[in-house]
Structures are given as structure tokens and as C-alpha cells.
Design a protein around this ligand. Structure first.
Ligand code: R5P
Length: 300
């Protein structure tokens, strides 16, 4: 097996390769003055199973194009099969038409991923569990929840003083799964509203019983608005300790600063997306999904 990396998360690719006890295979990613990229494979890969690690996080369009070209280069160079590890799948939130006249961006992305010749995909904590069904190639949908469960157990947060909280009704399934991994830790959910035209969020009320400690669980943090609104509502409702667990640190705009200032004591995320040094903040702790990805690749 040969492991290649695009440019969006090389540290994760290196960790995955290390877990698999192989060196990361070199790739030339040349950027022309106009921004176009030329991809070139150096090694002989005829009849090899090749793996490409490339989350399609910001800048999603560029990262997707790079991934398409890498897969094309591998296929043309004789790879037997190509597995793409896309720990964060860009455009996954535009998976249906929310308002008349919109594009279904995710469907366009899926069609292109398939057309370029990928054989298998490894994805993480998708926004909707229905997304894998939209593909016509095998998809392994992994989750960071076991990593979060481990962290929660290590902190000895108990079912009598802690409640899991979904910051919106759409995340209840995720919180229920984590509850099962933690011997039935209680859970609650916030009823949130987002104005699709302005993006403005309102956390309306909490459904379920709260405790002194709340662990907010979400798939991603982008602007931080969902988490911060949820944390403020929990504080108002008497919760005194708040921790956040979110798989994907999208961290748009000033999210890191806002999260640092928020009511949360700590924000746990994973390395599905690389968080550059300038976006890291004291309350942040990054857990790695490398071992899980390597485990999955060993079964391919
Ligand atoms: C929404 O349904 C998602 O699960 C996340 O809660 C949301 O995408 C986070 O975005 P933001 O950080 O901008 O509120």
C-alpha cells in the first residue's frame, strides 16, 4: 500500500502512514503563476493499492481540484485501486435543496469524485447519515465519537453530574450514539433556529433535564455561532461547567477568538482538518483520527 497526501492536511497523512509503518510517498504539486496546479507521481505504482489523504476543507474548491488531479495521476500511472481518505467532506451541508433555485452542490461533488475513478472512500462524521447512500462506490463512514467517549471516561465525568447536549435537533442522533458508548449518560437538546437568508441563529429552549456539567456534541464548528449560542443558553439555565466536543474544526473567520472567549471550559476537536498554529487557542485540544483511519485501511 502506498500513501499519498494532498496539501490540505499533510500532518494527518504523515500520522496515518506512520501507523501503517510506511513512508509517505512523494508527489509533485506544482503551482503555476496563475494558480493552476500540476500533479505528478514519481514512484512506480503499477498494481499498487494507493491511498490519498485530502480533506476538502477551506479552500474547498482548490482542495477538490487537487484531489481529482491526484487520483487521475495515480490511475494513469497504473494504480490497482485508489482509496481516498476525505476526513472532512466539503459541501456536505448543501446535500439537498433548502430553498427553490438552489444547486445541490454535494451531488455535483459526488458525481465528479466517482467520474475521476476513485474506488473507495473513507469519510468522517458526515452531517447526514444519508450521504453514503448517495455514492455508487463503497464508503466507510467513520466517527470520532469513540475518541470523545474515551476522553469523557478519562475525565471521570459521571452520569449523575453530566449531561450530553446536542446544540440542535439535527444532532440528537449523534448524542444518542455517544450516550450508548457511555453507559446511558443522559442527554438533552437545544431547539435552534437559523434564518437561511441572514444566517442568524437563535437558541430557543432546552428539551431534557440539565445537570451541573454539560458536554455539547456537534459534527463541526464553523463560525462558532451554534456552540456559543448553545453555551449561553445552558449558562442561563444553571449549567456551571461546559465542554465542547466537535469532530471538524472548520473554524471560519474569528471562530477561534470567539470560542476562547466563550463560556466553554475546553473545546475538543479532531485533526480531520488541520488547524494552523495561528488558529489554535488555549482552550483547544486536538485528538487524532490517524489510528482509526489506519485501522480501516488495514481492512481494505
Ligand atoms: C449544523 O446543523 C451543524 O451541525 C453545525 O452545528 C453547524 O454547521 C456549525 O456551524 P457554526 O459554527 O457556523 O454555527
Amino acid at each position: 500500500m502506498k500513501v499519498f497526501s494532498g496539501s490540505s492536511n499533510k500532518p494527518l497523512a504523515q500520522k496515518i502512514a506512520k501507523e501503517l509503518k510506511v513512508a509517505l510517498s512523494p508527489l509533485e504539486i506544482h503551482i503555476f503563476p496563475d494558480g493552476e496546479k500540476r500533479i505528478r507521481v514519481f514512484e512506480r505504482i503499477v498494481d499498487e493499492h494507493c491511498v490519498v489523504v485530502q480533506p476538502t476543507s477551506t479552500p474547498a474548491d482548490q482542495n477538490y481540484m487537487e484531489l481529482f488531479f491526484i487520483v487521475d495521476a495515480l490511475k494513469r500511472s497504473g494504480a490497482k485501486a485508489v482509496t481516498a481518505v476525505i476526513p472532512y467532506l466539503g459541501y456536505q451541508r448543501q446535500d439537498h435543496i433548502f430553498r427553490d433555485g438552489e444547486a445541490v452542490s454535494l451531488e455535483v461533488v459526488i458525481r465528479t469524485l466517482e467520474a475521476v475513478g476513485m474506488d473507495k472512500l473513507i469519510l468522517f462524521d458526515l452531517h447526514s447519515i444519508k450521504i453514503p447512500e448517495l455514492f455508487h462506490i463503497p464508503v466507510s463512514h467513520l466517527s470520532a465519537l469513540p475518541l470523545f467517549a474515551e476522553k469523557i471516561k478519562k475525565n471521570a465525568w459521571t452520569n449523575s453530574d453530566t449531561v450530553l447536549v446536542s446544540p440542535d435537533m439535527g444532532g440528537v442522533r449523534r448524542v444518542k450514539q455517544l450516550c450508548e458508548m457511555l453507559s446511558g449518560m443522559p442527554y438533552a437538546s437545544i431547539v435552534k433556529n437559523r434564518n437561511l437568508a441572514t444566517g442568524k441563529l437563535t437558541a430557543e429552549r432546552v428539551e431534557g433535564r440539565l445537570k451541573k456539567r454539560a458536554l455539547i456534541v456537534d459534527d463541526m464548528i464553523s463560525s462558532g455561532g451554534t456552540i456559543i449560542t448553545a453555551a449561553n443558553l445552558l449558562l442561563k439555565n444553571g449549567v456551571s461547567e461546559i465542554y465542547v466536543f466537535a469532530t471538524h474544526p472548520v473554524f471560519s473567520d474569528a471562530a477561534p477568538q470567539a470560542l476562547q472567549k466563550s463560556a466553554a471550559q475546553k473545546v475538543f476537536v479532531t485533526d480531520t482538518i488541520e488547524v494552523p498554529k495561528e488558529k489554535q487557542f488555549p482552550k483547544l485540544e486536538i485528538l487524532s483520527v490517524a489510528e482509526m483511519v489506519a485501522g480501516e485501511l488495514r481492512t481494505v
